[in-house]
Design a protein around this ligand. Structure first.
Ligand code: NAD
Length: 288
């Protein structure tokens, strides 16, 4: 049974994944290439755990126990000690591939390598390692502590043993697994991201304001967030990376990323994490 985990990437997804792991009783190492990013991730976990205890969701003792299971790893050597690595670094095939190659050399033979990629082919990531049967997609939703779904993506060579171990772990941490075969965007982003991209196209054509586009989808379709605020929340760089994977993967022009999305990413307007996207933010809160 999986007891120890290393989460690589302490951004919004990696920190959320590490939080649910320690809350479920797993000893968890958290690593990021950026020391500042690692500290932000650690502080975010501590803050969310503390706020949850103040709201009566769990006890102060549970918070202390969870934090005691969280180990900050300043280098990747921690990979040697774990049963599972979940990578949640930026959505860049070259960065993820280089990381998995390095992890493959560090990890014990039995360890599983999981990727939280939103869209990149698991079969291709797995092929870069010497252990394709032990590589799998574990696609958490954002924000991880809140969202129940995890898409489990089976690469062409993912073994039944690996799949079952990750399925069992997903249930153990209180999430609902859904099994998906390896295809661009899997299920979640194959459906969600073209909708967001279409909203950006409507916005760039001046059909309606950002607020009105979001209001249509919230009040008209009962979506909890409008597509443009959701794009800000996900991160526009991640949205663009996913659209590029869909476009390249299917070769179908219907997945062409909106020009405005490309421009905003080039301009560094990545959404909530940098306080500017379709909307402006201050310390993560929308500025009216
Ligand atoms: N944002 C979402 O809504 C969402 C949802 C599901 C999955 N994902 C996926 O999760 C992954 C991370 O997304 P995020 O939103 O947390 O991004 P983020 O930008 O918040 O965090 C990425 C982190 O990775 C770190 N990093 C970059 N290269 C690294 C390396 N080589 N080694 C260690 N750390 C490295 C960065 O310093 C940063 O802290 C991506 O693959 C993304 O597609 C994102």
């Amino acid at each position: 049974m999986i007891q120890t985990v290393l989460v690589v990437g302490a951004g919004q997804m990696g920190s959320g994944i590490a939080q649910v792991m320690v809350q479920a009783g797993l000893d968890t190492y958290l690593h990021d290439v950026s020391a500042a990013g690692l500290e932000v991730g650690r502080a975010r976990i501590a803050d969310l755990l503390r706020k949850g205890s103040e709201r009566g969701k769990w006890t102060a003792e549970a918070v202390n126990a969870a934090l005691a299971r969280l180990h900050i790893a300043h280098d990747l050597e921690a990979a040697k000690h774990v049963d599972l690595v979940i990578e949640a670094v930026i959505e860049d095939a070259a960065v993820k591939t280089a990381l998995l190659v390095r992890l493959d050399t560090l990890c014990k033979e039995t360890a599983i390598l999981a990727s939280n990629t939103s869209s990149l082919p698991i079969t291709t990531l797995a092929a870069a390692t010497g252990r394709p049967p032990q590589v799998i997609g574990m696609h958490f939703m954002n924000p991880v502590p809140v969202m129940a779904l995890v898409e489990l993506i089976r690469g062409l060579q993912t073994s039944d043993v690996t799949y079952q171990a990750i399925y069992d772990l997903t249930v153990r941490i209180g999430k609902t697994p859904v099994t998906v075969q390896d295809a661009p965007g899997f299920i979640a982003n194959r459906i969600l991201m073209p909708m967001i991209n279409e909203a950006i196209c409507a916005f760039q054509e001046g059909i309606a304001t950002a607020t009105d586009i979001d209001t249509v989808m919230k009040l008209g379709m009962r979506h909890p967030m409008g597509p443009l605020e959701l794009a800000d929340f996900i991160g526009l760089d991640t949205c663009l990376a996913i659209m590029n994977v869909l476009h390249d993967g299917f070769g179908d022009p219907k997945y062409r990323p909106a020009l405005k999305l490309k421009q905003m990413v080039s301009a560094g307007m990545l959404g909530r994490k940098v306080n500017q996207g379709f909307y402006s933010y201050r310390e993560g809160q929308r500025v009216p």
